[in-house]
Write a protein that binds this ligand. Structure first.
Ligand code: NAD
Ligand code: MG
Length: 420
């Protein structure tokens, strides 16, 4: 995929498009939400509901949770709702007709694509979990939408091809993953994926350390999905909660930061910060270190990106530094949390390795959530998959998706899970 990376003017354009908004908030923005029934989707709807004069929900999509989608449709009256699952779409259609709602219902991949490219929406919130979000997000990119990206796996799998598709389509990509949104806010306004030209020395991603930060290695073998999903600071969907517990979430975020900001892996560092108040930092060559702070509440980065370059109320209470107590920072323990290093290894190996790492992780996390493997099997499996990889050139999204599917099959075989 390196051969199709952005070059020169394209680099500058990708970033310029990332920063320049086509509409200001003095006009109403219409938003399409992919993954509307999830945790990020819910926070997004909360922010939209606070600004009926400035933000409108145009279209929504989810996998199968039709009754939650029905409630959303009845409340916000979007023009279009898509459900991946065909039976759930039928249920939704029936329920909406019974309630007198005029929201059009679609299903399958075509439905997701229709939401991603919904003509009246200028903004697409990409909050599907996993590589499943890649195709709709690419479709939004091709249509030149403002993409508010939560779905980090789409960027990990889509790589430079995704960034190039955004540049070609005239799309802007605004990160709402809290760390990347923090970095976005700490970078200069005209930053163009070229750290040297802007005096950026390195990026520092903070990590809470997850629920097992203080557990001994031997204790990790027996942890349950329930324990892994009880994050100390954030309420999130099950997959990212497990990723936070293994710290693969931070590994994926290192790859995400590399792709978004054009910073080499050796200039991206991770530091544990258990309070999740400092969301990330940018260090400049003059020694200045800029950080973005706030409550751990996804409504802040979501509102920042929805309104950018304006600012709107996110419903987040005022921040009291004196009430927070000391802020701690410590190094990652690579022995207990090997997933961070695996992500750096994959990034150095090439795009095929980051695709494979993500695919293997999705399979392993699902197996752990189904209690088919132990928590510590997740990192062990990823390590085995990366060790067995042979380099392959990826020059299209199809290539990336094939690599993803092949790795899923191989991971299931390693874990003896049978075809998934
Ligand atoms: P979640 O599990 O709560 O919600 C996932 C959403 O995606 C649901 O609406 C679900 O219906 C939909 N979905 C799942 N598979 C789908 C498919 N195949 N097709 C269509 N829709 C599908 O997850 P979440 O915690 O909201 O996370 C969403 C994304 O945002 C993830 O990529 C995650 O890494 C990222 N993210 C989440 C948070 C957070 O605080 N939750 C923070 C930063 C980044
Ligand atoms: Mg994050």
């Amino acid at each position: 995929m390196g051969s199709v990376g952005l070059r020169g003017r394209e680099h500058a354009r990708a970033w310029r498009d990332m920063r320049v908004t086509k509409t200001s908030l003095s006009t109403t923005r219409t938003v399409a939400v992919l993954g509307a029934t999830g945790s990020v989707g819910g926070s997004t709807l909360d922010v939209i509901a606070r600004h009926p004069d400035r933000l409108r929900l145009g279209a929504v999509a989810a996998r199968s949770n039709w009754d939650k989608l029905r409630d959303i449709c009845v409340r916000f009256q979007p023009k279009l709702a898509a459900v991946l699952d065909a039976d759930a779409a039928l249920q939704l259609e029936r329920a909406l007709r019974a309630s007198g709602s005029r929201t059009e219902v679609m299903s399958g991949a075509a439905g997701l694509a229709a939401v991603a490219t919904f003509a009246q929406a200028d903004t697409v919130l990409a909050a599907i979990v996993g590589a499943a979000g890649l195709r709709p997000t690419i479709a939004a990119a091709a249509m030149g939408k403002r993409i508010l990206l939560a779905n980090k796996e789409a960027l990990v799998v889509g790589g430079e091809i995704f960034m190039a598709a955004a540049a070609t389509g005239g799309a802007s990509v605004l990160p709402i993953d809290s760390e990347h949104n923090a970095i976005f806010q700490c970078l200069p306004p005209r930053y163009a994926r070229n750290p040297r030209a802007f005096g950026v020395r390195r990026l520092l991603l903070t990590a809470s350390g997850g629920p097992f930060r203080n557990r001994g290695a031997e204790e990790l073998v027996a942890v349950t999905p329930e324990e892994a999903c009880s994050h100390p600071n954030w309420v999130m969907g099950p997959k990212i909660s497990v990723d936070s517990a293994t710290m693969m979430n931070k590994g994926l975020e290192v790859i995400e930061a590399h792709r978004l900001f054009g910073v080499d892996d050796c200039d991206i560092d991770v530091v544990i910060h258990p309070q999740s108040i400092v969301h990330s930092l940018v260090e400049y060559v003059d020694g200045s270190v800029l950080a973005q702070l706030g409550h751990p509440d996804m409504r802040t980065p979501i509102a920042q990106a929805l309104a950018y370059p304006d600012r709107i109320d996110a419903g987040v209470p005022s921040f009291d530094l004196t009430a927070r107590g000391p802020l701690q920072f410590e190094a990652v323990d690579a022995k207990r949390f090997p997933c961070v290093r695996l992500a750096y290894d994959a990034l150095r190996a090439g795009d095929y390795a980051t695709v494979a790492l993500n695919a293997a992780n999705e399979v392993a996390v699902a197996a752990f959530l189904e209690r088919r493997i132990a928590f510590t099997d997740i990192a062990r499996t990823l390590s085995a998959v990366l060790d067995a990889l042979s380099p392959v050139a990826l020059s299209s999204i199809e290539d990336a998706m094939q690599c993803d599917e092949r790795t899923r099959r191989e991971t299931r075989a390693i874990l003896r899970l049978g075809a998934g």
